[in-house]
Design a protein around this ligand. Structure first.
Ligand code: NAP
Length: 272
């Protein structure tokens, strides 16, 4: 049974979520449907992934009630002016064939657009019930401080996070601010090949992927994982079903830190 982390007074987020980046067309639709059928109750999409319609079709075909599913989507960084954002959210609801999005994130920060305007528009969507909770993604501490200064509540920051890029400082900061962190690219980051992760896999009789996801969740962080393979979907979903000894978790904490893998020319990671 996947644990959940509380986000605010009403909402909690399943600690393992199914990622849908690069899942498009029939293969994408089928992957999301299979994920729901094997038990994922948290789906992560984004306008930029171009797969809202596939996600909607998969939810319908899976037979899983919408109310059982925690659905996240993200607004692209060019569309953070109020009018663009409000129009986007209405379009998302049509594409996703739903009355509400559980968690709506700013996909990437954009210093060209005033954060006050964006946060007010997001809050308007929340007050209208179109969005249950507001979050951000790829935000540094300083971006978060700017966003919180608007007075609108942020419940989540989705960032690249894995054993060799563990975001310890950002995690501590988010904990202080009551913001749950979500990890992306925990598996695609090369950490499955780490000798420590491999040896822990052998020790616990689980895959390197399961060791990484278990460690992520043990640190109070939500783990996203994407796969087109049913066996891997199940392996990942059950990654919290076993206990890693505290000393072994700490060894993962102490792994040498390397570079982030995902960065674009528009990323504002130097805004600190
Ligand atoms: P990921 O889930 O870290 O890794 C996916 C890769 O790992 C795929 O090649 C998959 O192959 C393989 N894999 C999955 N489970 C495995 C297992 N148990 N054993 C071995 N290999 C396994 O990739 P990601 O898509 O980068 O990140 C996850 C999600 O985070 C995305 O889908 C997206 O929803 C979100 N994300 C958000 C942002 C952002 O800017 N907010 C950025 C990146 C990602 P197969 O498919 O062939 O199994």
């Amino acid at each position: 049974m996947t644990p959940k982390f509380p986000l605010n007074d009403e909402l909690s987020i399943p600690a393992i979520g199914f990622g849908t980046w690069k899942l498009k067309g029939e293969e994408g639709r089928q992957a999301v449907q299979t994920a729901l059928e094997v038990g994922y109750l948290h789906i992560d999409t984004a306008d930029r992934y171009g797969n809202h319609k596939e996600v909607a079709e998969a939810i319908k075909a899976s037979g899983v009630a919408r109310s059982e599913i925690f659905l996240t989507s993200k607004v692209w960084r060019d569309n953070l002016h109020a009018a663009d954002l409000l129009a986007d959210v209405d379009r998302f609801l049509v594409e996703l064939d739903t009355d509400y999005i559980d968690l709506l994130l700013i996909h990437w920060p954009n210093k060209e657009i005033p954060i006050t305007e964006t946060m007010a528009a997001l809050d308007k969507c929340r007050q209208a019930g179109k969005v249950k909770a507001i979050g951000v993604s790829n935000f540094t501490k300083r971006h978060i401080e700017d966003a919180l200064a608007t007075g609108v509540n942020i419940v989540n920051n989705q960032v690249e996070l894995h054993p060799s890029f563990n975001q310890a400082d950002l995690r501590a900061f988010c904990k202080e601010k009551n913001i749950v962190v979500t990890a992306y690219s925990a598996l695609s980051s090369g950490n499955m090949e780490s000798p420590l992760i491999q040896s822990l896999g052998e020790k616990y009789g689980r895959s390197p992927a399961a060791i990484i996801l278990n460690w992520v969740v043990s640190r109070g962080v939500v783990a996203l994982c994407k796969s087109v393979t049913k066996e891997r979907m199940l392996d990942n979903l059950t990654a919290t079903d076993f206990i890693i000894e505290p000393d072994d978790l700490q060894k993962i904490d102490e792994l040498e830190q390397g570079p982030r893998f995902l960065s674009f020319d528009f990323s504002e990671f130097d805004y600190e």
